[in-house]
Every structure is written in C-alpha cells, then in structure tokens.
Design a protein around this ligand. Sequence first.
Ligand code: PLP
Length: 392
Amino acid sequence: MNDSQMRRVYLDHNATTPVHPEVLGAMLPYYKEKFGNASSIHGFGKEIKVALEESREKVAKSINATSNEIYFTGGGTESDNLAIKGTAFANRKKGKHIITSKIEHHAILESCKFLEKEGFEIAYLPVDKSGFVDPDDLKKALRKDTILVSIMYANNEVGTIEPVEELAKIAKDNGVYFHTDAVQAMGKIPADVQKLNVDMLSVSGHKIYGPKGVGAIYIRKGTRIIPWSHGGSHERSRRAGTENVPGIVGLAKALEIVHKEMEEQSKHLRNLTETFYRKLTQAIPDVFLNGHLEKRIPNTLSLSFKAVEGESIILSLDLKGVAVSTGSACASGSLEPSHVLSAMGIAPELAQAAIRFSFGRDNTMEDVDYVVKILPEIVSRLRSMSPLYANK
Ligand SMILES: *Cc1c(COP(=O)(O)O)cnc(C)c1O
C-alpha cells in the first residue's frame, strides 16, 4: 500500500481538533466583506459589534451565564493566566495563598510558579490513583489568607472529571474564589456555571472544533480581578486588543454545535472508547488504564503498555497513519514522565509507557478496528526487543 492509500486515523483530539465545516462557514465572511473593527462607530464597525455581542450571547447561553460575564481571549492559556494572575494581584491585600492541584495544565501551573516568585504561596493538592482531588484535602488546605482555588474540570491527559461542584462549594462556603479550567470538558460534559457554582471558567476554541488562538473566560459578576493586558478598553477593559472577530464568531458557533450535540456525541464517543478498550485489552496482555473508566470525559483513554516506550508506539503508529500522543502535547519531546501520571502514583516505567488516545466526532468503529488490528503486532515487536519484558 502506498502513502496515498494509507488509512489515516486521528486520535489526538485533546491536542487539537479540526475546524467544523459549519464553524468555518460562519467565520469566512468576517475575513472578507465583514472586516470592520468593532470599536469603529461607522457602519463597518457597527455590524461587527453586533456579531461580537451575538457571539458573546451564544457563549453565555452554553454555560448558563449572562453575556456581560463573558470575555474573549487569545485561547485557553490566556484565559487561565488571566484567572490566576488577575485574581491574585487584585486580591493580594486580602491574602497571598492560592490552592490548585498537581495535575493542572501547564497554563495554570506555570502561572502559579510565576506567582511564587512574586511572593504568593501555592498549595498543590495531591490526587488519588485515578486522578481525583479529594474534597477533604481542599478543606484541610484552606487558610484564612486563601484567595483563590483553581481545579480543572476534566484532565487533558487521562480524562478524569474532578468533583468541581463539591470543591467549588467548599471554596465558596469559605469566601474564596473558585476557578476551573474547563477547556477539555466543554462539549463533552455539561458545564453550567450556576450549578457548578464557579466564579471563573476557561474555554478554548480549538479543542471544540473551533479555531486556534481564541478562547473565552467566564468571570462571575462582582469578582475582583485585574486585567493582564493593557491598552484600549476592549472587553470592558479586562482584555485589551482588537478582538479576533472571525475567531470569536467561530468559537461561539463551535460551542453552539458541541452543546447541541453533546448527548449524541457522548454516546458515540463512549461506545468507541469502551469498545476500543475491551478489544485492545483482549488482544494485548499487560495493558493498564490510567484514570477512571466511568468518571472520565467520554473521548479520552490513557493506556500504559508494560515494558514499551510510549514514544516508540507513537512512531510505529504514525508509520501506519495513526496519530496518538503521550501524556500531553506540550510535554511531547521531553523525557520527563508526565506530571499528571506521576501525581497519580503511576510508576515511572508505566508512565513512560503511556499513550493517550483521544477520539473525536469523526472517528468511526472502522477506526477502532484498524488500530486494534495493527497495535498488537507493534507492541509485541517492541516487547520482543525489550529487556524489561519477559517473553511468555
Ligand atoms: C489545551 C488546553 C489548554 C490551553 O488552551 P490553548 O487554547 O491551547 O491555549 C488549557 N487547559 C487544558 C486542560 C487544555 O487541554
């Protein structure tokens, strides 16, 4: 079979997703005839302002917020940075203590590291072997001077869904702001900011079949937060810079679609990942699930293949047209074991042997069958060369 005939299977949707055709369709006019600046007071600007506010309304609706609580940003990373640093600096007279978890995305962890250099104190909560934060640990970590708690809604490497509702209640009962990074949860599980009782929530476009480089943050009315970029009075002075209007229109459209199709997609993805897991564990011995089979976002499976380097599997699968990743896209290429798997207490050998399979809306049962057909051969070949694996 030559390259052009090779089947291509994309199983790396937690790294990024293709733009949905309807999303692209909604965006295109804003690159062409509708090119105005939303801040201009002439007709070209006004029609853009209308599109911007309609998009804000759509985003608000998808998480049960009001539109004046939605701010558009340059992506999930920027939303996380604003939430952490903006709240920290706005509330430092009240206290310098922040609580997060050990398994957050680097956008959160690196923002916290920066704050440590600025004199803030950060508590990093542990997780159990499935990746769950224990609400009792949060209770114990709270101090009089705690100003913010940030715990992700769903983990990008293993898919574990954190008990955000319970965690946020503990924070709120103690008068502490609660932020959640919901980048991987959006469109996969319900995200209602009233029910979750969170003060801030981060969203990214390109993880939900929208464009890259655009995101949003929900900031509950009354939250004390300072902007992190300064300039014009865009986004009600919380995020300066001419709005990425095509991106914002695309983000809103994407959220609308994933929200509308969540139930159906959830069933589809659960069916694919459960079948994949069952068939694969039947075909290959010594495969271990990282995370929790039930309490996970339905598209994500992290599996460790004993005595095989995850990187070797990725390269072998790539030759067969299959795209997967180790822990997270950002950590790829580094030899450090994933901070998420380490925090879960996974032994380094098994952490190095982990592969993340993240399915998406366009994947089919044929994709599952294809990977189940080629992967056993790859694993047994790699194991046959491994001094760590005793051939049975
Ligand atoms: C991808 C991701 C981010 C970063 O979003 P970008 O839009 O790529 O900056 C943040 N948090 C989580 C959990 C993610 O998966």
